[in-house]
Write a protein that binds this ligand. Structure first.
Ligand SMILES: C[S@@+](CC[C@H](N)C(=O)[O-])C[C@H]1O[C@@H](n2cnc3c(N)ncnc32)[C@H](O)[C@@H]1O
Length: 230
């Protein structure tokens, strides 16, 4: 960690990602806990992406509380959805984000939730949870070449996967709606193949959705219960 004038620590990041964190910091300072504050055009598309990610919980035992973490949590919109859920109950949520202003805004947004939710400045999940979610985290690449961005995304997801016991879901911008904006537009087949290879040794089942927004897709993986035979 390097020192900063910010009261929260700033993680050591590759240069591209450091600049990206500065841009997100400016957005949330200007727009607060809104969709624009995390770079989504509207609250509807932000929430639709998050609710699609939550499909992952549909097959969970509704009676067994689960722990969840969220990489690139922004100001915690996902926690706003999950905290109301009762089947399964989310017993504990951790949101991680590289942008200290996001984490400060998240803590201000949910001041009374400290027993069930915490928000941490970090580029990685620091401990395991049952389910992991990643929404929009790798979209803004600031024009970084795919040859640099894709290995970075793989490394980030690989570590996150290792901290997810039961399943994980992430979304990316779909290449069918590529624009001139400095975003990463992904090929869903490429990422599905990557994910399948990554989780094969854990017996993970992979599926995807690309039917909810033209410019987005979501990949899911569920792991078998370690107590049951694969
Ligand atoms: C498009 S915003 C989405 C925020 C939130 N997931 C939502 O949907 O409301 C992307 C967020 O990811 C964070 N971020 C980007 N790269 C990250 C990384 N490698 N690790 C953790 N957070 C990251 C940014 O700071 C930003 O808050």
């Amino acid at each position: 960690m390097k020192e900063s004038r910010d009261p929260l620590p700033v993680p050591d990041l590759p240069l591209e990602v450091d600049l990206i964190a500065h841009s997100y910091g400016a957005a949330v300072r200007a727009r607060g806990a809104t969709s624009l504050g995390v770079g989504w055009s509207t609250a509807e598309v932000q929430m639709l992406r998050l609710s699609v990610l939550c499909d992952l919980l549909d097959a969970a035992d509704p009676a067994a509380p689960v722990t969840v973490h969220d990489l690139g949590c922004g100001w915690g919109a996902l926690w706003g959805l999950l905290k109301e859920r009762s089947a399964p109950l989310i017993s504990h949520y951790t949101g991680y984000d590289i942008t200290p202003d996001m984490i400060q805004t998240a803590r201000r947004t949910y001041p009374g939730d400290g027993l069930r939710a915490r928000f941490v400045v970090s580029a990685t999940a620091e401990e395991p949870a049952d389910y992991g979610f990643v929404s929009g985290t790798y979209n803004f690449s600031d024009g970084t070449a795919d040859s640099i961005w894709e290995p970075y995304v793989e490394e980030s997801l690989r570590h996150f996967l290792s901290q997810c016991r039961k399943g994980m879901a992430f979304n990316l911008l779909h290449q069918r709606r590529r624009t001139e904006r400095p975003m990463y537009y992904a090929n869903p087949d490429r990422w599905q193949r990557w994910l399948e290879a990554e989780v094969a040794d854990r017996g993970g089942t992979v599926w995807r959705r690309e039917d909810y927004l033209e410019d987005d897709f979501t990949l899911f993986v569920r792991f078998p219960d370690p107590r049951e035979p694969i």
